[in-house]
Design a protein around this ligand. Sequence first.
Ligand code: ZN
Length: 678
Amino acid sequence: MSNPLLQTQVLPPFEQIEAEHVVPAVTELTNRNRQRIAQLVKEVEEPTWENFIAPLEDWADELQQAWSPVGHLSYVKDSPELREAYKESIQLLSAYHTELGQNRGLFEGYTKIRNSDAFKQLSQAQQQTIENALIDFSLTGIGLPEAEQKEFAELASQLAELSNRFQENVLDATQGWTLLIEDEARLAGLPETAKGTLAQNAKLKEQTGWLINLEFPSYLPVMTYCDDGDIRKQVYLAQITRASEVGPNAGQWDNTETIRHLLEGRLKKAKLLNYDNFAQVSLAKKMAEDEGQVLAFLDELASKSYPQAQREFSELAAFAQEHLGLSELQPWDVTYVAEKLKLHQYSVSQEELRPYFPVDQVMKGLFETASRLFGVSFQQATDFESYHPDVRYYQVMKDGDPVASFYLDMYAREGKKGGAWMDDCRIRRRTEAGLQLPVAYLVCNFTAPLGDDQPSLLTHNEVTTLFHEFGHGLHHMLTQVEVSEVSGINGVAWDAVELPSQFMENYCWQPEALAFISGHYESGEPLPKELLDKMLAAKNFGSAMQMVRQLEFALFDFRLHAEFDPGEAKQVASIMDQVRQQVSVVPVVPDNRFQNAFSHIFAGGYAAGYYSYKWAEVLSADAFSLFEEKGIFDPATGTSFRDNILAKGGSEPAMNLFKAFRGREPEVEPLLRHSGIS
Ligand SMILES: [Zn+2]
C-alpha cells in the first residue's frame, strides 16, 4: 500500500493517515533528501538561486508537507501509537536538520551565491533568505578554521550539558521542598480547588493533610489567597532560595557555579564567532539592532514606569495597613494584598462575561474585524477532509479569489493538548506547478457547547486568545511572499513575531469593535459599557508594578550577557543588585536568589532575549496607536498594515517594515498609555 504522507497534496489527507505511515515516510523523505543534497553540492559548480536554492526549497517543502499533519495530529488527536511514531520521527528530523546546518557544501554554495554578481538581481525575499541562511550557518561555527571548529563543538556540548544541569537542579530544588499542613484552619482563604490540589499532593506522598510544594499550581494560590502570613513567608523563602547556597535546602542543588560556567562558555562562544559578547550573538537575528538600543529601550520603560510603580506599592501598603492589619508590607504579602485590593475595587469575574460571548457571534465579529481592516472575507467550506467533526475549514477570499485557508479546531477534548496556537500547514510559495496558497491550523481549547439550546460561551480571556492566534494566522495567510523561508511568519525576527497577534488583541477592548464581537446569547445585547470599564480598570490594576518586575528580569538578563567578565567574581550578584536598585519597588530579602532558578535564560532559549516580551508589546501598542489616531477601522491604515507588515513576512528586516508602516521607529508611550501608566 502506498504511503499517503509521501504524496504532495494541496491539503493533508487526514482520513488516510495512520501512525504506521509516519516513521517510514520521515525516513524515506530525509534519506532521499540527503542523497539529493549530496549530489547537488557535488554537481553544481556555479550555484545560482535556480539551480541550487530552488531545489532545496522544493525538497524542504515536500518534507514539511508530510510532517505538518503528523505534528498537528499528535497535538490534537493523540494516541499511544502516534505518540511513539512522533517521538521517533522528531529524533530523525532533529538529526537531519543538524546535519544540514553543518553541511559545508551547502554553506559554500550559499556563500558563492551571496558573493556573485547575480545576487543583486535577486528579489528582496531571495536575498533575505540567503542572508538568513548564512547567519544560521555562521552560528553553527561552520565558517571557523578547523582547530577552532573542534573547540566550538566541544563548547556547544558543554553548554548544552550545563543548561541541562541547571534545569535538573531547579527541578530537584522545586520538588525537594514541601510543607505539610495538618490543621485545615491554617489554610483559610484558599479556594476549594486549590485545597483539593494540596490534598492530592499529600495523598500522592502518602501523607495526611494538605501538602504545599513549590510547583505553580500549589505555590500561586498559596501566595495569592492564604490568610496565614507565616505560611506565605515560609513558602516564599523556599521559593526564592531554590537551587542556591542559602535557604532551607542550602547548598543541595546550588546553581551558582553552573551560572558562572554557562556565562563563561557563552562568552567564549561569542568570541569564537567574532562577537564581543553573548548579547550580540542573541541579537544577530533579532529586530533590535544592538545592545545600546535594547538597554535604552528597557531604561526608558523603567524610568517612565517607576514613579507609578512606587505609588502602586504605597497604595498596597496603605490598604494592607487599613484593611488587613499589616503594619509593614513584606514581599510575601504583595500578591496576597494585591488580590484583596483588586477584589475590593473591581469585582468582575470572567464567568460573568461569558453570556456576552457566544462563540458564533465572536467568530462573526472576528471575521468582521479582519474584513474591515484588511479587505478580506471568509467562507466556510463543508467539503473537506477532517480528523474530527468539530473541526471547521474556511477559505480566505480577497477580490473574489481564494488567497489562503485554515482549519479551526476550537473545543477542548480528550487527546488534545491544552492551550491555543497557530501552526502552518502549507506555506505560500511559487512552485513549478504554480502558486501554492498558505494554509493554517488554528487551535483553541474552549468549552464545547453543552446542547443545542446552550451555545459555547467564551470568557473575555478566551476571546482575546482567539484574536491573538488569529493575528498569527493572518501573518501566515496574508503574506505575498513567494519564497518559503521568508514567507508568512517564516524568517520573522523573534522579537517581532508577536506584533500581529498582540495587535489583534486590541480590538477586544474597543467599544466600537465589541459592539459586534459581543452579543448576549439570549437577548443579543452587546457587552454593556459599565462592564467594559470595569474590565479595563481591572486589566490595568497594578500594571506599573508588573512592568518593573518584568523589566527587572529583562535588564538583569541583558546586562549580564552584555557585560559579563570572568575576572569579576561577584558580578552576577552585583548586576542583580544594581538592577533591583534601579527598578524594584518591593523590599528585597537579602537571601533572594531568584537568578538561580531563572530557567528562561539559563536553560531555555531566552538568553539575552527576555526583553523580547516587552519589545513585542511596544510594537503592537505603537502600531495600534496609529489606528487610534486615524480611526480604529480606518481602511487606508488597515491596508498599510496588511501591505507593509502582514504581506512582507520575513522578507525584509522587521525594523524597516515597522518604519514603513508607522513612519518612524517604535515609541514606548502607547504601551504605557494602554497599560494605564501615565
Ligand atoms: Zn503569540
